[in-house]
Design a binder for this molecule. Structure first.
Ligand code: MIG
Length: 800
């Protein structure tokens, strides 16, 4: 046990005893004898914010992470004092502040201890930079586990890990690397089946230690700024995640085409090559919605220009691709080539929009175009200027999505691979150095890009993807996990990373399927596609240095199997789109790790291979070569094997067969899964029949299906439908009721119901409470199909 005295010897300082406290609206200010100020703000009955000012002076209260529209408001706020403590009591939690040392402890309303300070707040002055290293340590209890922190390439449960946040371009990153492209300083703690979250909203380099340095201690600290964190109480992980996502925001619904299959490579050029690629998809009947243009489409890597040798008429090409059902997505990097004949350079120079060093010179760095300067995206004027540059690309040429890369920011051939720390930033009027702005640079670039694409693609919806980001960046962009490698370990890592990102508010994410560096075998590519079709973002991308990565490159067998899985994704689009709707409207992550799904089952606490896709589909990737199946954990409940409808009783491990053309997929009993027919791209044709796969359960289960125009903003004016299906299964009867909320005029005419696992023979039926003959509802005994009008409200199937 480290004592305060030992730490003090090392230069750490601590608050002394409390001398006063005072309530002002939703906030309570505590002051210690040695001048430390602590403000505790009650945002919700289950959410408190803690801010410490070491010398009584707080920074301007500004955050890029917090969404202006977040929910706040509480129903109870009481202050209770006794001899030793001051208590802040809400309807759901109690916060205890110790009069002796200002340490805090959080309890739930049943007086169970959730989280308490170990050393609590302390700090160390930095003579080198000014300001303080601000630190916090909490006691860890027996059996406590930890999750979250964005894209970290390490085991899902963070217990025993030490991690830091400093956005870094990590080509071919390795397992357990502490720093990657994104900074999401948010984690979830779970013990005694109760979960809480900590969001440490500090953009300096941040550090987290989960019982790594000391067994019973979790600590987090930053190389500057304020100790400013949010405590979010669950007790369900699901509640912690949705509250965090509400606080930091979620995106608007993406266009449905963005959920299709995307193909990318560094780089597809010239035009003939892109056309050949497009034709390859259609000839092979392999569904695909988007093709990507990497940096070689530009003229000497100058942003917003085209290499006209490769692409003589971009507008025509983009149009022709679009006629064939392909959206074009183009890359844009932050580095602006130093070139006096390049308009963006000269204009930005004149307007003083590029980042500068502390003493005035421009921040110059080498990236793809050669020597570059870099827009200061933390300046709102610069963001607007940048957004306006998308006019030509989007409104005139017709590109449908933009891909932001290198925005950690990455700089070549320099130590640290990024800007020197003295570079100055506007930080929306809170001028600062790169030490503070580094981790949000990429997010602010993505934000400017999003604003631009959104403006010029209107009345359609924008699509953007970014490599670097910070908490809250999910409002502006989707993301991918960067330069992974074509290895089995990276397939495993990708599975963990996408689940972790989902737990951290960032659902719209995917990996470079097949691996960016090196080349996958056909087998690895196949297994990766099988996982990738269950990721919210589904794109094959590779460096191109090591060979091709189109699905037909690996031969007939791989083509046929991968096609089957991409077709499955297209069939599941209405189900996935509904999960996106719930993410964007209700903050519910699209993928649910098992511990999220059932935190009371301790078996889930260290599991990360298996996950829930949407609400009702359990998936487990194959992560090893040469296997015909694997053992996996089936969470509690009854599940149908997707391929053969056999039933698995959960709460235990099972061997599941999975030869190369299969993978373990289960559907929860009672689920109703909406499906589309296979299309070669979204909206290839108008869909008039929705298939509903109904998985019988003896009991009740609700499922929902969200529908709208798949693009545009009419849904914001109420033009959408939310269909709720209520299943009630009995021994000799099944009832499916549909409730439609909304005013969208659906293209659907019929619903084709496919029954799974019915334990009886259907003898009679009623629709909307009137008896009908089985012929009139198209009963097909063999396939267990029934066809109904799309607006049916009540279907009863009975065994007599
Ligand atoms: O220095 O644009 O992660 O997806 O293909 C490499 C070229 C720059 C890194 C990205 C990768 C992209 C590549 N970029």
């Amino acid at each position: 046990m480290i004592t305060n005295t030992e730490l003090e010897k090392k230069g750490n300082l601590f608050p002394s005893k409390l001398v006063s406290y005072e309530q002002n609206g939703d906030s309570i200010l505590f002051v210690s004898e040695n001048g430390v100020h602590l403000i505790v703000t009650v945002l919700r009955d289950s959410m408190l914010r803690f801010r410490y000012a070491t010398h009584g002076i707080f920074e301007n209260d500004f955050s890029y992470a917090i969404d202006n529209d977040h929910s706040h408001g509480y129903s109870v706020l009481e202050i209770i004092e006794d001899e030793k403590f001051v208590w802040i009591v809400t309807e759901q939690i109690k916060c205890r502040v110790n009069r002796n040392d200002m340490k805090t402890a959080m309890f739930d309303i049943e007086d169970e201890l959730i989280l308490q300070d170990e050393l609590g707040y302390h700090w160390e002055e930095s003579f080198e930079f000014g300001g303080n290293y601000v630190k916090m340590s909490k006691s860890t209890v027996e059996g406590e586990n930890f999750y979250g922190l964005g894209d970290k390439p390490t085991s899902f449960n963070l217990k025993g890990k030490r991690i830091s946040n400093w956005n870094t371009d990590q080509y071919a990153f390795g397992k357990d690397l502490p720093e990657l492209y994104k900074s999401i300083p948010f984690y979830i703690g779970l013990h005694h089946a109760k979960a809480y979250g900590i969001f440490f909203d500090n953009t300096f380099k941040t550090h987290f230690d989960f019982c790594h340095e000391r067994r019973h201690v979790t600590s987090f600290w930053a190389d500057g700024g304020e100790m400013n964190y949010y405590f979010i109480y669950g007790p369900k992980i699901a509640e912690v995640v949705t509250k965090y996502t509400n606080l930091t925001g979620r995106p608007e619904l993406p266009p449905m085409w963005a959920l299709g299959y995307h193909q990318s490579k560094w780089s597809y050029y010239p035009e003939a090559k892109v056309k050949e690629l497009a034709a390859g998809f259609r000839e092979n009947k392999f569904p695909c919605d988007a093709l990507y243009l990497d940096i070689d489409y530009m003229d000497g890597f100058r942003c917003f220009t085209w290499n006209t040798d490769y692409f003589p008429e971009p507008k025509r090409m983009v149009e022709e691709l679009e006629e064939d059902g392909f959206k074009t997505v183009a890359i844009i990097d932050p580095g602006i080539k130093i070139d006096n004949s390049y308009e963006i350079f000269t204009d930005g120079l004149e307007k003083d929009y590029f980042c500068k060093r502390a003493d005035g010179p421009y921040m110059r760095g080498k990236v793809w175009p050669g020597n570059c300067v870099f827009p200061d995206f933390t300046n709102p004027e610069v963001r607007e200027w940048w957004a306006d540059h998308y006019k030509t690309l989007i409104a005139e040429i017709g590109v449908k999505g933009v891909w932001n890369d290198m925005n950690e920011p990455a700089v070549m051939e320099v130590p640290g691979k990024t800007f020197p720390l003295d570079v100055r930033h506007d930080y929306d009027g809170n001028r600062c150095s790169h030490r503070k702005a580094h981790n949000i640079y990429g997010m602010q670039m993505a934000r400017a890009t999003y604003e631009g694409v959104k403006k010029y693609i209107f009345p359609k919806r924008p699509f953007t993807i970014t490599r670097a980001s910070y908490s809250g960046g999910q409002r502006f962009s989707s993301t991918w996990t960067g330069d992974n490698v074509a290895t089995w370990e990276h397939l495993w890592l990708g599975n963990v990373q996408i689940q972790r990102l989902g737990m951290s508010g960032f659902s719209f994410a995917g990996t470079d399927i097949g691996g960016f560096a090196d080349q996958p075998t056909g087998e690895l590519f196949t297994r990766w596609i099988q996982l990738g079709v269950f990721h919210p973002f589904c794109r094959v991308h590779s460096s191109g240095d090591h060979g091709e990565q189109e699905p037909w490159y690996f031969g007939e067998e791989v083509l046929n199997i991968t096609r089957k899985f991409v077709e499955l994704r297209y069939q599941l689009l209405p189900y996935l789109y509904t999960a996106f709707y719930q993410y964007c409207e209700e903050n519910i992550p699209i993928l649910k790790p098992l511990v999220y799904f059932d935190q009371e089952d301790v078996q889930t606490h260290y599991r990360a291979d298996e996950f829930i896709f949407g609400h009702h589909i359990l998936v487990c990737p194959i992560q090893e070569p040469n296997v015909q199946g694997r053992r996996m954990y089936i969470p509690r409940g009854r599940w149908y094997n997707y391929w053969n409808d056999s039933i698995a009783e959960g709460g235990k491990e099972l061997w599941v067969d999975a030869p190369l053309d299969s993978m373990p997929i289960y559907v929860k009993e009672g689920a109703i899964i909406p499906k589309y027919p296979v299309q070669q791209y979204v909206d290839e044709f108008q869909i008039e029949e929705l298939r509903l796969d109904v998985y019988y359960k003896n009991g009740k289960q609700n499922s929902i299906y969200y529908e709208d125009d798949h693009d545009g903003y009419d849904y914001k004016m109420g033009l959408y439908n939310l269909r709720t299906f209520k299943l009630t299964g009995k021994e000799k009867e099944i009832i499916i009721q549909q409730h439609v909320a909304g005013t969208y005029e659906s293209n659907l005419k019929t619903m084709k119901i496919c029954l799974h696992g019915l334990p009886f023979d259907i003898k009679s039926a009623s629709v909307n409470n009137e008896d009908v003959t089985l012929e009139s509802i198209g009963y097909d005994k063999e396939g267990q199909f029934i066809t109904l009008n799309e607006n049916f409200t009540d279907l009863r199937l009975v065994s007599e």
